[in-house]
Design a protein around this ligand. Structure first.
Ligand SMILES: C[S@@+](CC[C@H](N)C(=O)[O-])C[C@H]1O[C@@H](n2cnc3c(N)ncnc32)[C@H](O)[C@@H]1O
Length: 248
């Protein structure tokens, strides 16, 4: 999607992000925070694409030293407004290459955000960047959906949310199965305006993520269907995968 860059998601979603996800995802966030705290092992942890701190703030409240990388200055400004948000060091930049001082016991990326890197090459570089930031024996946790195109017809999906007398809302997604990308547009039309929120992502199958990890010197240790450690099966819609850097 021409013009869609690393800061686009944050710029377009910052105003609605917390309203959309902070409340509605409370149970998921709590399960995620508990699992990450258990995995952390040490106290220095790094969140890639930290956003407005949905996960980082409760994790820091447990006593962990949480750091972040984030492309969007606007998203970080929201984090800074929250209690404890000022105490979290954040490097502004692209998570595929941004360096943070020191090494970490745990690096994590949640909520499908690895797919915000829109090329395979950027995703590979991100795994390598993570590996550089892990201590020996450190863990990298990735949470994402398992891609599912069962609702797509001819590489497209259209979903309506409402159709009223003077407005309608719908979402259109276009799938490129060679590049493994989905171009998405959420449209709200009313008598006097049109609002559009685009999103562009590059998905990877779990096996491809494992290969990226291997290229970066990381080995898969666990794969669960969700934060509750439920077994990952062929029908799982998501996965939480734990990669480890060799202890030597
Ligand atoms: C779905 S939000 C997730 C935010 C937070 N991790 C959470 O779980 O609530 C995606 C975040 O990724 C950030 N982002 C997108 N591309 C990025 C990149 N290349 N490098 C760093 N951050 C990026 C966006 O600005 C946004 O804050």
């Amino acid at each position: 999607m021409e013009g869609y860059g690393t800061t686009t998601y944050g710029e377009l979603n910052v105003e609605r992000y917390d309203a959309m996800y902070q409340e509605s995802m409370q149970t998921e966030t709590q399960a995620c925070v508990e699992a990450l705290a258990e995995l952390a092992g040490g106290e220095r942890v790094l969140e890639l694409a930290i956003g407005t701190g949905r996960v980082a703030l409760p994790l820091a409240a447990l006593g962990l030293s949480v750091h972040g990388v984030e492309a969007s200055i606007a998203m970080v400004a929201e984090l800074r407004k929250k209690r404890g948000g000022d105490a979290i060091p954040v490097e502004i930049g692209d998570m595929a290459e941004t360096s943070v001082e020191g090494t970490f016991d745990l690096v994590y990326i949640v909520f499908n955000t690895i797919f915000n890197l829109t090329t395979q090459e950027a995703q590979v570089r991100c795994f390598q960047n993570v590996s550089r930031h892990l201590k020996a024996g450190g863990l990298f946790v990735v949470e994402t959906v398992v891609p599912d195109f069962s609702e797509y017809v001819d590489g497209q999906r259209m979903k309506g949310s409402w159709a009223e007398m003077h407005s309608a809302r719908f979402e259109i997604s276009i799938h490129d199965r060679i590049a493994q990308t989905v171009a998405f547009q959420r449209v709200v039309i009313s008598d006097d305006s049109t609002e559009m929120v685009p999103h562009f992502m590059r998905y990877a199958w779990p096996s491809e993520l494992d290969l990226m990890a291997q290229l970066a010197g990381l080995e898969r240790r666990e794969r669960w269907a969700w934060w509750d450690k439920s077994p990952f099966t062929t029908t799982s819609k998501s996965h939480v995968t734990v990669y480890a850097k060799s202890a030597t």
